[in-house]
Write a protein that binds this ligand. Sequence first.
Ligand SMILES: O=C1C[C@@H](O)[C@H](O)[C@@H](O)C1=O
Ligand SMILES: [Co+2]
Length: 304
Amino acid sequence: MSKQRITWGIAPIGWRNDDIPEIGAGNTLSHLLSDIVVAGFEGTEVGGFFPEPKVLNKELKLRNLKIAGKWFSSFIIRDGLVSVSQLFHEHCQYLKEVHANVAVVSEQTYSVQGTVQNVFANKPCFTDEEWERLCEGLNELGKIANQYDLKLVYHHHMGTGIQTKEEVDRLMENTDSQYVHLLYDTGHIFVSDGDYLAILDKHITRIKHVHFKDVRQNVKEQCEKIGKSFQQSFLAGMFTVPGDGCIDFTKVYKKLINSNYHGWIVVEAEQDPQIAHPLEYALMARGYIDEKLMSIKNNALMSN
Ligand SMILES: O=C1C[C@@H](O)[C@H](O)[C@@H](O)C1=O
Ligand SMILES: [Co+2]
């Protein structure tokens, strides 16, 4: 019998959002972490409002929670590797001190993620020369991450230069598998390409971190029709927790389990916490996982 080990987490993004710090600003760290325990998750990712490692570690220990990783916006193309590396060292040092596993990296040069531009029509595309600099730079950041016992996992993202499957393919082909791994985010690839399984099938061996984000198809279509920005789209409710949207997570989970995926699966659903009660949605996600996914795990184990 092969040993399967998935660690289930939920991201702070349903309570507070780093991209729009005003929303959910009243939700404290204690509130978030205690909700995570109530909902039955084992940990989370670091949000922008999290405190220094010593303070955070104490709060985590009190609740027996762990940290998976933290987002890092890289600007390798815009700023060059020297300045990015310096910031990345600090990022990795923080992550090491909170005993994290992964550094989540997303290249934000030319990104429209935080702008008012129509995210469905205006993604940036890198030139061949920019691609080369990005891939070389990511290999170097990956080496830095390894020095801190971390894995660099690249986050494909709507409104950025690495959004589509084609772009993920190119990134994976041109980076070193020792240093650059992939974060598979179901919601981002669904909104971008529709097909959310192709990346999983093709790059399963490079995937070292997973975000489970569901999509409300009708809201997505409305947002696309109107030409909303990324932020306007998630505020309108484009994303939700697994089981509440149109993605079939049983297929995704089966593939992960059957490929012997070890690591975190983090539920990540950015919504307006005034509209979508964070604990209610966290419990909904947990209910879906327990009811629809845990039986798959058992079946997969029994047939091994
Ligand atoms: O992993 C993520 C982190 C967020 O900052 C981002 O905007 C969100 O969409 C996401 O997938
Ligand atoms: Co994500």
